[in-house]
Design a protein around this ligand. Sequence first.
Ligand SMILES: *[C@@H]1O[C@H](CO)[C@@H](O)[C@H](O)[C@H]1NC(C)=O
Ligand SMILES: *[C@@H]1O[C@H](CO)[C@@H](O)[C@H](O)[C@H]1NC(C)=O
Ligand SMILES: *[C@@H]1O[C@H](CO)[C@@H](O)[C@H](O)[C@H]1NC(C)=O
Ligand SMILES: *[C@@H]1O[C@H](CO)[C@@H](O)[C@H](O)[C@H]1NC(C)=O
Ligand SMILES: *[C@@H]1O[C@H](CO)[C@@H](O)[C@H](O)[C@H]1NC(C)=O
Ligand SMILES: *[C@@H]1O[C@H](CO)[C@@H](O)[C@H](O)[C@H]1NC(C)=O
Ligand SMILES: *[C@@H]1O[C@H](CO)[C@@H](O)[C@H](O)[C@H]1NC(C)=O
Ligand SMILES: *[C@@H]1O[C@H](CO)[C@@H](O)[C@H](O)[C@H]1NC(C)=O
Length: 701
Amino acid sequence: MSLFPILTFLVLLILHSSFAFANEENDHLQTYIVHVEPSDGRVFTNPEELESWYHSFLGTTGQPRMVYTYKNVIKGFAARLSLDELEALREYEGFVHARPQRKLPLHTTHSPDFLGLHQDFGFWRDSNYGKGVIIGVIDTGIFPNHPSFSDEGMPPPPAKWKGKCEFNFTACNNKMIGARYFTYGNGTPMDEDGHGTYTASTAAGNFMAGANFFGQANGTAVGIAPLAHLAVYKVCSGSRRVVRKVMCWRLWTPAIEDGVDVLSISLGWPSVPFTFDAIALGAYAAVRNGIFVSCSAMNRGPSYGTLSNEAPWILTVGASTTDRRLRATVVLGNKEEIDGEAIIQPKNFSQVLLPLVYPGKIAADPNARFCAPGSLNNVNVRGKIVLCERNGSGSPLLPIIREVDEAGGAAIILVNQEADGDTKNLPTILFPTTLVGYADGLKIKAYINSTSSTPMATLSYKGTVIGDDRAPIVASFSSRGPSLESPGILKPDIIGPGVNILAASPVSIEGNRNTRMTFLLGSGTSISCPHLSGVAALLKSAHPDWSPATIKSAIMTTADVVNLAHNPIEDQTLQPADVFATGAGHVNPSRANDPGLVYDIKPDCSMQTEKWLSLRNRRTVTNVGEANSSYVVKISPPPGVHVAVKPDKLDFTKSKQKLTYEVTFSRLTNVANSSNFTQGFLMWTSGKYLVRSPIVAIMVD
Ligand SMILES: *[C@@H]1O[C@H](CO)[C@@H](O)[C@H](O)[C@H]1NC(C)=O
Ligand SMILES: *[C@@H]1O[C@H](CO)[C@@H](O)[C@H](O)[C@H]1NC(C)=O
Ligand SMILES: *[C@@H]1O[C@H](CO)[C@@H](O)[C@H](O)[C@H]1NC(C)=O
Ligand SMILES: *[C@@H]1O[C@H](CO)[C@@H](O)[C@H](O)[C@H]1NC(C)=O
Ligand SMILES: *[C@@H]1O[C@H](CO)[C@@H](O)[C@H](O)[C@H]1NC(C)=O
Ligand SMILES: *[C@@H]1O[C@H](CO)[C@@H](O)[C@H](O)[C@H]1NC(C)=O
Ligand SMILES: *[C@@H]1O[C@H](CO)[C@@H](O)[C@H](O)[C@H]1NC(C)=O
Ligand SMILES: *[C@@H]1O[C@H](CO)[C@@H](O)[C@H](O)[C@H]1NC(C)=O
């Protein structure tokens, strides 16, 4: 075991905590990450006991020096120590190792950092950043000249690579080793849309310092598997015009035979039976050939049953936020502050309070609440801050901006509709704006209602802020289960970063002609999918013998179900998200690298679902953790269902050993639960590992 398989999120917290001390005078203390193990093999039964054991290492120095305590993957803590104190600590029983904590540059796409992937240590280093693995991206092609696809530091493609480069100029290199097109008409893998360039750079873009978008999210942009190779398969010339016909064997045979290890597909159409679904069929053949397939769940949430790409052999990826915010705060006349977000942040916006107006409250035109074209004719918004409701996160904003601008408005507070909740899918608008969530919009409206004098407000632009501890939050647009085509399989499988992510763009949206280094902030499951493709590539590089099913199992059983603040992951309503929103949870790459047990099941085309009163379910797990290990089962049954597991303890003595257990679900008759489904989980735990599987019971009468 590597010493620091840092749990997702934890490093970020350390960085922030230490920032708090950065300005102290005479600061001779440094933050160390201290790894400890009880020498007597003691098992801690509750977090308080563990915490108090950690504190015992700091003696009288105590609490103020403790920066962070690890409770999951490793035993240890981060503390601010002098060199003398560090030396003293080494003498303690249970001390294993200490290393100074590094101040790491923030990565712009930030999501690698958010996923616990850090340069020079931990899983990123141990997986060689995806070296030797080939990710095939089926999308709108690629813009090959972007510096994210530079092959600096890249080895040549592996010997098994049989792909082609169909650009009519020298475009491929050791990063982008193949590019083919399956479109009609213009014969080039060139990306004329931008979607393919964006997704490919998210999966495997090279390190690119100084990336930003309108000055926001400034830092080093990098994909999840920066040393993996890219093979590009262009199947459509516009992300909104997926040509169904090309998603056929004409594409899949080359994609499979060229020798890719992972296929990343951020395309799809609404649920259709698998026998008509070219992605499901093609992916089936790919998985049978040892290729891992990751697909976007689509952006039709938050209603139930809105998934695409839901075949059991596909990793179906939903989208959630990272802890980065592009903060643009509304300051109200009563001094209340409400945080919104904006990409374009004018530096010179006046901090003097201006009158605040909500046309929806005072105008007769029912479209005035959206500030729709023509609706502000009889409303005085000149010099005022104008509150406009956003008519759905995909609705065009340009006409609204024009309406407010022409009427002389000073700035716009855009408010989400209820369905979008708190998800801020940021538009790029060259006008002073901020986007606030639905509940926050109600607060502003309540202020307008309650104030007897003129309501006042201004916008305070605070730039890029890291550390929102409610993250990850499931995005409103992320498609939800249950799967209509295979209701017996829980979907989506996993969630990953997909809200306001910076990645490569072929053209400069900022209109900057002097740079090849162009980036774009975007949102969607199209973006979370390549994150997971990158994670799969890292796992394949670290474990070349793992099958697609093993990789999928490792990603899912180790997923996080709590956010940075250790509360249950929430959805756009800021209430705990259900399993049809999160699937197994939020990807935790470092834990997926060391899952303990895996379920390695062959993809199987036949599935049946039936109404049942009692259902028996045999599952086999393979030990990929420590040879000698014992697991006990922990069950949290879905309300209304009795779950029994036999045996309830699994004792392994060898690596790769397989053991089988049997689960029996029986429906309890006397349970009143108004909800039409209930959820729970089954978890195998050893001292070191947690192997978790969600269970959902759909109630049918
Ligand atoms: C390459 O292909 C593009 C698009 O089909 C075409 O416009 C261009 O003239 C071609 N260039 C060469 C050198 O053949
Ligand atoms: C981005 O960060 C780099 C390094 O910290 C700095 O030199 C550069 O000026 C920043 N750019 C912007 C637009 O903030
Ligand atoms: C549960 O019932 C509600 C109301 O009938 C419906 O909108 C929702 O889609 C159902 N959820 C599931 C998971 O079937
Ligand atoms: C702020 O700066 C922009 C761009 O430099 C300029 O167009 C705008 O008029 C300025 N606004 C104010 C209120 O000074
Ligand atoms: C708001 O969105 C709905 C649904 O997309 C649409 O029917 C309606 O015309 C829109 N209203 C305005 C004013 O844009
Ligand atoms: C504000 O007042 C209007 C009636 O004038 C009411 O319909 C609305 O619900 C109120 N909004 C809030 C958020 O209190
Ligand atoms: C596994 O554990 C058993 C019982 O604790 C012990 O006898 C055996 O030597 C261990 N085997 C290995 C390979 O560590
Ligand atoms: C009904 O099921 C839901 C979902 O599992 C659970 O949160 C809730 O507590 C249950 N209610 C009762 C009364 O058991």
